[in-house]
Design a protein around this ligand. Sequence first.
Ligand SMILES: *[C@@H]1O[C@H](CO)[C@@H](O)[C@H](O)[C@H]1NC(C)=O
Ligand SMILES: *[C@@H]1O[C@H](CO)[C@@H](O)[C@H](O)[C@H]1NC(C)=O
Length: 196
Amino acid sequence: MYPYAVFFIILLVRQSSALKYLFVPENDEFFSDCSKQPDNVLNINGLFDMSNFTIMQKDGVIQMSGNSTVIWQIHPGDRIQVSFQLFRFDRIGWFQTPFSMTVFNICPILYDEPQYWYKYWTKNIINKEDVKDKCVSPGTQLIHKPFELNLVFELTGLPLNGRYKNIVTVKPFSAKNVMRKTNICIEVEGQFERLN
Ligand SMILES: *[C@@H]1O[C@H](CO)[C@@H](O)[C@H](O)[C@H]1NC(C)=O
Ligand SMILES: *[C@@H]1O[C@H](CO)[C@@H](O)[C@H](O)[C@H]1NC(C)=O
């Protein structure tokens, strides 16, 4: 049984070559609030003070610059679990797609080069050497050089078309692995444009 399963998977991977997409955000401010959340779930403004950070859309490209300061009162040393879940709108509502990812603890890899979030975001943080060890502890100021969001993804599987939203949740856990009361939920809606 086992060797056949392996063979089948290899065959599938070889037949469906990766498709390249550009994610085009719907909202000019990029970030949206997650709908129908309880009081203990905060949005992007619960995570960062964004008053010195600008997000602009110019010729369909999102441009970001400035400073964001962590205001989320997390406990130092907490494990920060981040999950990304892609939903697709199909006539009557949002349905989860197979594209999802959970990062058990983002802090040690927040500035890791191969990661998507490094390529699109944290590589633009000028003071990364100073803040690398602080992760998202309160008061940490992330200073960005002006950058453009160019969200290119290579995905295998069914072609993507229509409206999508990515729901990002950020959840802190204590050393005893108990989830803290306050967590973050951010939504980004948009469409995927085929590049190849
Ligand atoms: C925003 O920038 C102003 C001027 O540089 C500064 O006084 C203020 O502390 C900054 N606020 C945040 C949250 O970084
Ligand atoms: C960000 O912080 C740096 C260093 O404190 C400062 O020079 C710069 O003016 C700030 N930018 C904004 C948009 O607040």
